[in-house]
Design a protein around this ligand. Structure first.
Ligand code: DGJ
Length: 723
């Protein structure tokens, strides 16, 4: 990786593992984009300067000559000149005027990447800080670009600076803008809902703006903060693919605009709907980071680069490659109906099988026998848990297992002691009724007193009991965007302040308990984003634990996130969400494509069930390192075929694992052959299940016949070991 500035042409070349990002400072003093894509030489790239239609020939301010801004493709778009594309920043000054003109004002190259104040971001890499400045208004924008040599991504963000003596209102403060040549792209996004998270949708971009967003103060299951922009002919393995992954857990927007001159502008960050930030004199506003990956090897290449970036630079280094707890979670086994004996029996039933952690889910605290009460009262319910939490913990530990506990720190029930004592802790607008969602309200994380209460009450449990693992849940979205703790002029800062409050309590609770492993959750996988992965190395992917449904949910999630980030459990049949019955083996094979675990009532296990779990975990352990650190090759797509296949290959290509799944059995089925991917052509691999030794070239060209057992929902797994 390198960042190079050519003084003669004033061109910046930002070089990642295999990519070049280039822009230059033009004769009018603006930073103008030149190129982003596969690595090229440091040639004179200014010859590429955009041509094409112009819908307004206004000149740069003060000069009665020069090109219109719509031809300039500035690194940051701004409003009030002849640039009518989507603006990256939209300030309002005390005079009421809303225009700005940001000129190049210098740069810095940093070997150590500065963290963002109060927000998660990637570490490492080499960073260029490009200073842009409007000296009429003393308003600045610092654009950060970080490149890496272990992942083809560029991390970007903007910091807006008020050097004037007056307040500036930021009506829009996006993180980045990026120009791509041409008007011929498709956009892929991940939409969904509860139990149906992250379904890919591919649509052609049209002239004008295409966008996705969240207005929920969370990244949401509705539309994940991820967007891929790909050439029209890009496939899973071939063609240009740009992946845009916002490191942010609140209301966001990502846009792609095909502009009048035939270029495509991609931009976004904090949602500017219901947003206005008061930037006081001398203050800075830091925006969330975005990870942009490029691959010429299609969607698969794009995903692998994003996976590497998240694994190497976001997820806590202590855990990223660490075997994850193989857990038994009691939720689907008992829901709220458990006591000390039941939990101990659940642990006893799986002790010695390889399951190493019991996670006690919702219902252990306050008055909480259903989902109508108790949230916010983080005090052990000793009537339900005779002997208190310690009786369960000691028993679980005595069986050689670790103990995990569920919290939903951001929530408050109307029927709770904390709400009765402090109704003002709940988000709400005075004189208006609040919306209920799952019968609960939300804590006002913009209020420091509320944050202290949460941190103290959760920490008290973690400090006074031997807890090894926490599942951090979040089951509803904000409705009344208002805080009693904020003055009227700051109410439109609410959604972003909620994110800052969330990061603050995560920082204090997670970092304050370094020996506890934290898993994220949000009514399934409704807050599955890169900012949460900074705190939680894995996230519960979906409340839908049916193997068939999971092939699609895990496939969609893998476009942006690595397998090691996805918690995947084997649950009971008929499945609780879709009532489908699938084989135990199938459920295991699909749950092994992530951080695996079990979620069912183990007290009904027979000895042979226990044996089956044991064998399943032994199989998982063989592939665990590939799940954590391997490259993912998506081979068959369950959205477009009757099959789903994932191949995991170690970085040195000495080991691989293939999981193939067939959804429906058709009588007298056709032969099925899978073409392997990602292996080394010249290496020889032993495939124990087939008893053959074959070259990578053969496996990747001739392929492997897959013989499923008769019946619906079957899997076949194969291992590949270098000989
Ligand atoms: C939603 C989660 O996704 C479930 O796994 C479970 O923890 C429930 N909440 C508990 O209320």
């Amino acid at each position: 990786m390198a960042i190079h500035f050519d003084k003669e042409t004033k061109t910046f070349y930002l070089e990642g593992k295999n990519t070049t990002y280039a822009f230059y400072i033009n004769s009018f003093g603006y930073a103008e984009h030149l190129y982003y894509g596969a690595r090229v030489h440091r040639d004179y790239l200014i010859y590429t300067k955009a041509q094409g239609k112009n819908s307004c020939n206004a000149t740069p301010p003060g000069l009665d000559k020069g090109p219109g801004f719509s031809h300039m493709n500035t690194e940051l778009t701004f409003f009030g000149t002849s640039d009518y594309r989507e603006a990256t920043v939209h300030p309002r000054f005390t005079s009421g005027d809303r225009l700005t003109t940001l000129y190049y004002a210098g740069y810095d190259i940093l070997d150590t990447k500065p963290a963002i104040n109060g927000m998660p971001s990637l570490d490492g890499g080499k960073t260029l800080v490009l200073h842009l400045y409007d000296d009429v208004k003393n308003f600045g924008a610092d654009l950060y670009y970080t490149v890496y040599d272990d992942a083809d991504v560029i991390a970007r963000r903007a910091v807006y600076i008020n050097n004037s003596d007056d307040e500036i209102k930021l009506c829009r403060a996006y993180s980045f803008a990026m120009s791509l040549p041409g008007d011929n792209y498709d956009m892929i996004t991940l939409h969904g809902g509860w139990a149906s998270e992250r379904e890919p949708e591919r649509v052609p971009l049209h002239y004008g703006v295409s966008s996705i967003d969240s207005k929920r103060a969370t990244s949401s299951a509705t539309l994940n903060p991820f967007m891929a922009i790909v050439a029209r002919d890009t496939t899973e393995n071939y063609g240009d693919a740009y992946g845009i992954n916002l490191v942010y857990a609140s209301s966001y927007v990502l846009k792609a605009e095909v502009t009048t001159n035939g270029e495509t502008l991609v931009l976004g960050g904090i949602n500017d709907f219901d947003f206005e930030w008061n930037l006081g004199a001398g203050e800075k506003f830091e925006t969330p980071e975005v990870i942009i990956s490029y691959s010429k090897d299609g969607l698969g290449g794009m995903s692998r680069e994003l996976h590497d970036a998240l694994r190497n630079h976001i997820i806590n280094k202590k855990y990223v490659n660490m075997p994850r707890p193989v857990l038994i979670n009691n939720w689907e086994g008992t829901y709220f109906n458990f006591d000390t004996k039941k939990l101990c029996d659940i642990a006893d039933a799986v002790a010695g099988t390889g399951i190493d952690t019991l996670v006690l889910d919702d219902g252990w605290f306050g008055k909480r026998d259903d989902d109508r009460s108790g949230l916010g009262d983080w005090v052990v319910n000793e009537k339900k848990l005779l002997g208190g939490l310690d009786a369960v913990i000691e028993h679980v530990h005595s069986r050689g297992m670790k103990f995990g506990l569920w919290f939903e720190p951001e929530m408050i029930s109307e029927d709770s002691d904390i709400f009765r004592a402090h109704p003002e802790y709940a988000i709400g607008v005075p004189d208006r009724n609040r919306c209920y969602s799952r019968h609960q309200f939300m804590m006002d994380l913009t209020n420091p007193e509320v944050r202290d209460y949460i941190v103290d009450s959760v920490s008290k449990i973690l400090d006074n009991h031997k807890i090894d693992y926490v599942k951090w849940d979040y089951n509803r979205n904000v409705t009344e965007f208002y805080s009693l703790a904020l003055p009227p002029e700051k109410q439109s800062e609410f959604a972003h302040r909620y994110a800052l409050g969330l990061y603050d309590i995560c920082e204090r609770i997670v970092n304050g308990h370094k020996n506890v492993f934290f898993e994220g959750c949000s009514g399934g996988g409704a807050r599955f984003d890169s900012s949460m992965l900074y705190y939680f190395p894995q996230i519960w992917t979906s409340d839908n634990s049916d193997a068939e449904e999971r092939t699609r949910i895990q496939y969609g999630t893998s476009l942006a996130y690595p397998l090691s980030a996805m918690s995947c459990h084997v649950s009971a049949v008929p499945n609780h969400q879709v009532k489908r019955t699938t084989d135990f083996a199938t459920r295991g094979d699909i749950a092994h494509l992530g951080a695996t675990g079990y979620e069912l009532d183990t007290t009904v296990f027979t000895d042979s069930d226990r044996e089956a779990v044991k064998r399943q975990i032994e199989e998982y352990k063989k592939m665990e390192q590939l799940v954590l650190t391997g490259d993912l090759w998506r081979i068959e797509n369950p959205f477009t075929s009757n099959y789903f296949s994932f191949m995991l290959v170690s970085k040195d290509k000495s080991q691989a694992h293939l999981t193939c799944y067939r959804s429906l059995f058709h009588c007298n089925p056709t032969a099925h052959r899978v073409i392997c991917r990602g292996l080394d052509e010249s290496k020889q691999y032993y495939v124990p299940e087939l008893g053959v030794i074959l070259h990578g070239s053969t496996l990747m060209s001739v392929g492997i016949p897959i013989k499923f057992k008769d019946g619906d929902f079957r899997t076949v797994t194969l291992h590949f070991e270098e000989k």
